[in-house]
Design a protein around this ligand. Sequence first.
Ligand code: ATP
Length: 236
Amino acid sequence: MILIDNLTKTYGDLTALDSLCLQVKEGEIYCLLGANGAGKTTTINLLLGFIKPTSGSAFINDINVVEQPKLTKNYLAYIPENLMLYPSLTAVENLDYFSGIANKKFNKEELEAFLTEAGLQTSAFHKSVSKYSKGMRQKVGIAIALAKDAKVLLLDEPTSGLDPKASNEFGQLLQKLRQKGVATLMATHDLFRAKEVATTIGVMKDGQLKHQWSVDELSLKELEDSYLETMSYNSL
Ligand SMILES: Nc1ncnc2c1ncn2[C@@H]1O[C@H](COP(=O)(O)OP(=O)(O)OP(=O)(O)O)[C@@H](O)[C@H]1O
């Protein structure tokens, strides 16, 4: 579970995040939309403990991210736009390495089973990931989350640059994780994919959460209209 309570981050005069409150429960996928500079990555970086908030708090499975950042890592998996893997290693070797960091040890068959569950084709398991497409790399990221048994998944524009088929596959993998009870927060510019996968959609602007809907509350057209209207409104 993710709980964000009045989280604020300022850089000098700039308020990158302004009293953000939101919650992502087990089995929910929360898609955070917003133009460049809205504060989406700042939110994710605060949850990851990469940066410290100016005020407010955030919790991963009831653990305070600021007070116990290392402990929260046990529950978290993170997939950024460009997942960092060791290029000279294969998918199995990368998965073995990253599982080890999370204090999990698996045999070859178990590692391969995670990659299969993440939808990676068997023929790629023992090839260097330097030859992988972006979609294949994202699948390794999902396999890492599965192997780690992550309870919370943080995604920063994971489908950016994926072709529609790969993006669709990625969405289906998120649904699988959702069925396992994973709480997912995904920053994205992809309104279509957000409407496809989310349980809740939030729209940020100037560091503030301007709208939040349950996904069933609105059509894709209504989401697009509301998004564009929010973006065109000049708050200055
Ligand atoms: N280290 C920093 N120093 C100063 N300003 C920063 C820093 N990091 C982010 N910002 C500013 O904070 C604001 C929010 O940035 P953030 O990266 O969270 O936006 P975003 O919604 O993720 O945008 P994008 O869609 O482009 O990734 C922006 O105005 C950005 O310039």
